[in-house]
Design a protein around this ligand. Structure first.
Ligand code: NAG
Ligand code: NAG
Ligand code: NAG
Ligand code: NAG
Length: 499
């Protein structure tokens, strides 16, 4: 990389920025992310219990493309040393991974802690720290123990106490070394997806199940946060939050602003307002609208299960930073007369009578609802800063899918370049973004799309028993950004959008 070309290129984009402004702050943490069920495999080793994904995909393999499952996945249960080596090759400051609840607590409860499970995560954490890489640990990334699902899972209010017990075990084992915690990943997918056939437990219950789950994850998160706050913070000074899936939404026409605001409340507000807003509880306008919908449909109880005043106080303020999973932006409008609302979560909402779609000028990806609109990330970061009293934001997922397993992944490289540039712009706006973990370190089991959708900085050969990992062009690019702490064009200038 020629330094002069970096500067010239940057001036083209950023006009009169100083050299300082072109750089990520020295403390900025670059990382990559993964999740237990998507990479570990080892589903039946030693005394591990079954997660709901283990059990349900064995019983109903047709739910996933090519009848794939995570039995072996990337075999990170055995290949964790190679995973750490990849983090080191990239020059990462941080690695986000999740703990498998049923690997650590085979019954789902703390009556028995698995020695092998405990040691697996000890090895991973210690191995990362030896290389100077901060672990960012998610406690539950969709893989609830099946034993707890059998008792009603996230729809049973007792889950909040079961999760708090699990969190207490996790903190007691690892909080001496782990400083960044996420309780629950993408509650939106867990609840709105899990009760709409898009994720385990694969139920279809959009009127009740998803909203019971919605409230229970908030209480579960809050109880875990309070345990850290009361018993661990004074000793270890770490930070706890939960990661929120938040597409950015824009109105199709100026008249669609109101329904776009409601869409944001329906997606993000239902999982964030109770925690991050000053007043707590459900977003007010949305709560009224949903409860009116329920009344019209003849239900006797509100659709959003009410919080008691004590519960509002329990949940309010249970964050040390905002963890944002951002992938894409959607345009929103109300349905036209006679037009059905969108059926799937990225197509619109039957509660709000909306459809969502992409602007035709935004580049497409192989996944039809996923388009590339980098400025959406900067707009969203500014919105978060203006809406909540958050002193720190970490982007805990961002990345783009391809279907091509090859190593030349130009769209991914450009996606990272252009989205990271928007992060830098937001930092210069004055939004305190302190870290970024790319989704994802390596190709893995991508839920309903099995092994077809590739998000990896590293390609994984799933036909090779060794699950060989090979860096893609995007990995080399990301590594050069991390090392220089600057955005710069790839070597091949013909691929650039800007010059
Ligand atoms: C574990 O599952 C694998 C298939 O993924 C199977 O080959 C192996 O025999 C199982 N091991 C045990 C101990 O059940
Ligand atoms: C950003 O967050 C970090 C970590 O909490 C903190 O040390 C720093 O002071 C914050 N910066 C600003 C400008 O608020
Ligand atoms: C972010 O929020 C803080 C606190 O409300 C505010 O002082 C600051 O101006 C905001 N930054 C931007 C870019 O709006
Ligand atoms: C898998 O790894 C083992 C041990 O490193 C090696 O002996 C073997 O040749 C590898 N197999 C393949 C297919 O690469």
């Amino acid at each position: 990389m020629n330094f002069i070309s970096v500067v010239v290129f940057s001036i083209v984009i950023h006009g009169s920025w100083s050299e300082e402004q072109l750089k990520f702050p020295p403390s900025f943490m670059f990382g990559a992310a993964s999740a237990a069920y998507q990479v570990e495999g080892g589903w039946n080793v030693s005394d591990k219990g079954l997660s709901m994904w283990d059990k349900i995909l064995h019983d109903r393999p047709e739910l996933v493309a090519n009848r794939n499952n995570g039995d072996v996945a990337c075999d990170s249960y055995h290949l964790w040393r190679r995973d750490i080596e990849m983090c080191e090759e990239l020059g990462l400051n941080m690695y986000r991974f999740s703990i498998s609840w049923s690997r650590l607590l085979p019954s789902g409860f703390p009556n028995h802690i698995s020695e092998d499970g405990k040691n697996y995560y000890n090895n991973l954490i210690d191995g990362l720290l030896e290389k100077g890489i901060q672990p960012l640990v998610t406690m539950n990334h969709f893989d609830l123990p099946m034993s707890l699902q059998d008792l009603g899972g996230w729809a049973n209010p007792l889950i909040a106490d079961w999760f708090a017990d699990y969190a207490e075990v996790v903190f007691s084992l690892y909080a001496d070394r782990v400083k960044y915690w996420l309780t629950i990943n993408e509650a939106y997918i867990q609840c709105d997806g899990g009760y709409h056939m898009e994720a385990a437990p694969f139920f279809e219950d959009m009127k009740l199940g998803r909203y019971l789950c919605n409230k229970n994850v908030l209480i579960a998160h809050a109880k875990a946060y309070r345990i850290y706050d009361e018993q661990y913070r004074y000793k270890y000074h770490g930070k706890v939050s939960l990661s929120t899936l938040f597409f950015w939404f824009k109105p199709f026409t100026p008249e669609d602003q109101e329904v776009t605001d409601l869409t944001i409340e329906h997606w993000e507000g239902r999982y964030a307002h109770a925690i991050f807003s000053k007043e707590g509880g459900w977003p007010r306008k949305l709560e009224k609208l949903l409860n009116d919908n329920a009344k019209k449909e003849g239900y006797w109880h509100p659709r959003l299960p009410p919080f008691t005043p004590e519960e509002i106080e329990l949940v309010r303020g249970t964050y040390d930073f905002y963890a944002l999973n951002h992938y894409t932006t959607r345009l929103v409008r109300r349905v036209n007369p006679g037009e059905p609302p969108g059926k799937w979560f990225f197509e619109g909402s039957d509660e709000l009578n909306t459809v969502m779609f992409k602007d035709p000028s935004w580049p497409s990806t192989p996944v039809y609802w996923f388009s590339v609109y980098p400025p959406g990330l900067r707009e969203q970061l500014n919105w978060l800063n203006a809406t909540y009293d958050v002193k720190e934001i970490i982007i805990t997922e961002n990345g783009v899918p391809s279907l091509d397993p090859g190593l030349v992944d130009t769209q991914r490289l450009e996606y990272y370049r252009d989205y990271l540039e928007q992060v830098l712009l937001a930092i210069n706006d004055g939004v305190n973004v302190t870290g970024y973990t790319a989704w994802t370190l390596m190709d893995n089991f991508e839920w309903l799309s099995g092994y077809i959708a590739k998000f990896g900085l590293y390609a994984v050969d799933f036909s090779d028993p060794n699950r060989t990992r090979t860096p893609r062009e995007s990995a080399r690019y990301y590594s050069s950004v991390i090392r220089s702490r600057m955005i710069h064009p790839p070597q091949d200038k013909t691929k650039l959008n800007y010059v």
